[in-house]
Structure formats: structure tokens, C-alpha cells
Design a protein around this ligand. Structure first.
Ligand SMILES: NC(=O)c1ccc[n+]([C@@H]2O[C@H](COP(=O)([O-])OP(=O)(O)OC[C@H]3O[C@@H](n4cnc5c(N)ncnc54)[C@H](O)[C@@H]3O)[C@@H](O)[C@H]2O)c1
Length: 293
């Protein structure tokens, strides 16, 4: 099935970025959020980002042409006509299942329902619908307009033609897709990153290495552009903690429990770049200023 129109549910950091790359690639996209302020903020940030990309020559279309492809709505009914609906609401299983149940009732029978979840097996979301064969994981990486990777996870019942449509769509929106061949919590990338970040945090916790030196070591030794503790700060320590908790909860024997230091930082309100402090101190312009401890 060829995908012509897209709906994105949830207009936060990820949803707004997903809507932007769809619009930049010529797809009309409806961005749906229950929160009007989040929608207004998403429209502003999409404009800001598209203007930048157009001025650098990365996006060929005029700014207004791209923005003209993005409509917004506060009700899921607006997703009814989409060929592809991509869910990007908070990382909570019950909330996502509720959205999938509604999308199943509202969207046309042939529409593909996708989730941008970072940790939840797709089968758990597919079971909220009566079309598991048309449900699939599309895990974008943030900031979506800049990051090339898209992890695609079919659930065991996903139709092969649906997976192929999503692979084709990934290329059409300028992403490099990788296929996750087992529908496991955290897929491929977050399991690998989670193991690395967990160990980095535990090493800081026991005093075996400093924040800056561990991050610097990962950059110099493994060619990473930014170290794992900095990435955790940028993603948000509350988001990282939630990811650890969801993954550990779903696969406790294999995936590590969240480190106590991460739990303490979140409890104390140190959420990383967005709160001004996490493993590092961050200024109001989002610039990193030295380690926090
Ligand atoms: N932040 C990241 O770096 C990142 C990376 C990859 C994947 N993800 C995943 O993407 C998803 C979204 O993350 P985010 O960082 O964009 O979150 P966010 O908090 O920035 O945005 C979530 C949005 O969902 C909206 N929402 C909540 N309930 C809704 C409903 N019933 N209907 C419509 N909208 C609703 C909220 O109003 C909010 O605007 C999560 O599943 C997360 O795990 C996040």
C-alpha cells in the first residue's frame, strides 16, 4: 500500500520532529495533541527548524510550502483519513494502548498504525487493536530532523507488505532504516545504549571514574560524538529512568535495574539539560558547563 498522508499523535519533542520530516519530504501530515499549548509550541519549533534547514540548503522547498503541509488537531478523529498514523505520546503502556484502540476504531481498515515507543514491545500495542497485522514500530531518534536512524520493529503478526511499506517510507523521509527481527523491550539500540549508560552511571556512583573523564573516554576511545552521561542529560534523566524501569519491568532477568544514582537525581529534581542540572550543569541556552558533582 502506498502511503500518501500521515497523522502523528502527540506533538512533543518527537512527534513534532516526525511531523516535520514528513512535511519536508512532501507528505501532508496532521499533528494531533490533546494539549493546545503543546500544539502551538510544536508549530513554532517546526517553523524555527525548517527556516534553519531551508537557509542552509538542506531543505529545497520554501518554508511556507513545508509548513502548509502540516495541519493540527486536538481530536484523534483528525487521523481518520491517514494512510499511516504514528503514535508519539508519553511512554506509558496503558496510555499508548488506549490511543491504539481509538486509532483502530477511527482509521480506515487498510491504514498502518505505528508507534514511536522506545521500549515497549509492539505486540503489546497491537493487542489493543483488531489489526495486529497492520501495527508496527517506527522508532525515530531525536532530534528527528537531524538523526538518520529509524528502527523498524514488526510484531510477530505484522504483514510483510506492511513492513516493506514502512521501509520504503523511511527512505522517502530521508531515514536509514534498520530492521529489528525480534519484538523485544528496548529493541536493539536502547538495549545497547541502556547497558552502556547503566554501567557509566554505576561507575560514577562507586567513584571509579569522573563524569567528564568517562564521557571523554567514550568519545576518544570509541569515536562517539558525545558520551553516555551527556546523552542521558540531553534525553532527560526522568525519561532515561522511565526507560530503564519499563525495560527492566518487561525483561527483569536480562535488562538491568535503574542505577540508584539515577533514581536519586530524578527524585531531587535534577532532570538533565531541561532542568539546568543532571550529570552536568546546563545554562539557559542549553550549553553544557562542567560536571555537577
Ligand atoms: N525524547 C526522546 O529522545 C525519544 C526518542 C525516541 C523515542 N521517544 C519516544 O517518543 C514518545 C514521545 O516522547 P517525547 O519525548 O516526544 O514526549 P513529550 O513529552 O515531548 O510529548 C508527548 C506528547 O504527547 C501528548 N499526549 C499525551 N496524551 C495524548 C493523547 N491521548 N492524545 C494526543 N496527544 C497526547 C502530550 O500532550 C505531549 O505533547 C515516547 O514514547 C518516547 O519514549 C522519545
Amino acid at each position: 500500500m502506498s502511503i500518501q498522508t500521515v497523522a502523528v499523535v502527540g506533538s512533543g519533542f518527537m512527534g513534532s520532529g516526525i511531523a516535520q520530516v514528513c512535511a519536508q519530504s512532501g507528505f501532508p501530515v496532521c499533528l494531533v495533541d490533546i494539549d493546545e499549548q503543546r500544539l502551538a509550541h510544536a508549530q513554532k519549533s517546526i517553523r524555527w527548524s525548517v527556516e534553519k534547514l531551508v537557509s542552509k540548503g538542506v531543505v529545497a522547498d520554501a518554508v511556507d510550502e513545508v509548513l502548509g503541509r502540516v495541519s493540527t488537531a486536538r481530536h484523534l478523529e483528525a487521523a481518520a483519513e491517514a494512510d499511516l498514523a504514528i503514535e508519539a505520546v508519553y511512554e506509558q503502556i496503558a496510555l499508548k494502548q488506549e490511543v491504539f484502540a481509538q486509532l483502530h476504531h477511527l482509521c480506515k481498515a487498510e491504514a498502518i498504525l505505528a508507534s514511536n515507543t522506545s521500549t515497549i514491545p509492539i505486540a503489546k500495542l497491537a493487542q489493543a487493536t483488531k489489526r495486529p497485522d497492520r501495527v508496527i514500530g517506527m522508532h525515530f531518534f531525536g532530534p528527528v530532523p537531524l538523526m538518520r536512524l529509524l528502527e523498524i520493529t514488526p510484531n510477530p503478526r505484522t504483514d510483510e507488505a506492511v513492513t516493506q511499506s514502512i521501509v520504503d517510507f523511511a527512505y522517502a523521509v530521508g531515514k536509514n532504516p534498520i530492521l529489528v527481527r525480534q519484538d523485544i523491550p528496548g529493541f536493539l539500540m536502547n538495549r545497547i545504549f541502556g547497558a552502556m549508560a547503566c554501567e557509566a552511571i554505576r561507575l560514577v556512583e562507586r567513584g571509579a571514574g569522573s563524569i567528564e573523564e568517562i564521557d571523554q573516554g567514550m568519545c576518544d576511545g570509541f569515536n562517539m560524538r558525545v558520551g553516555p552521561l551527556c546523552i542521558a542529560d540531553l534525553a532527560g534523566l526522568d525519561i532515561s529512568l522511565n526507560a530503564f524501569n519499563v525495560m527492566h519491568g518487561l525483561d527483569p532477568e536480562y535488562l538491568p535495574k535503574a542505577p540508584a544514582l539515577l533514581e536519586r537525581l530524578v527524585r531531587e529534581g535534577h532532570l538533565g539539560a531541561k532542568s539546568g542540572q543532571g550529570f552536568y550543569i546546563w545554562d539557559e541556552n542549553g550549553k553544557r558547563r562542567g560536571p555537577a558533582f
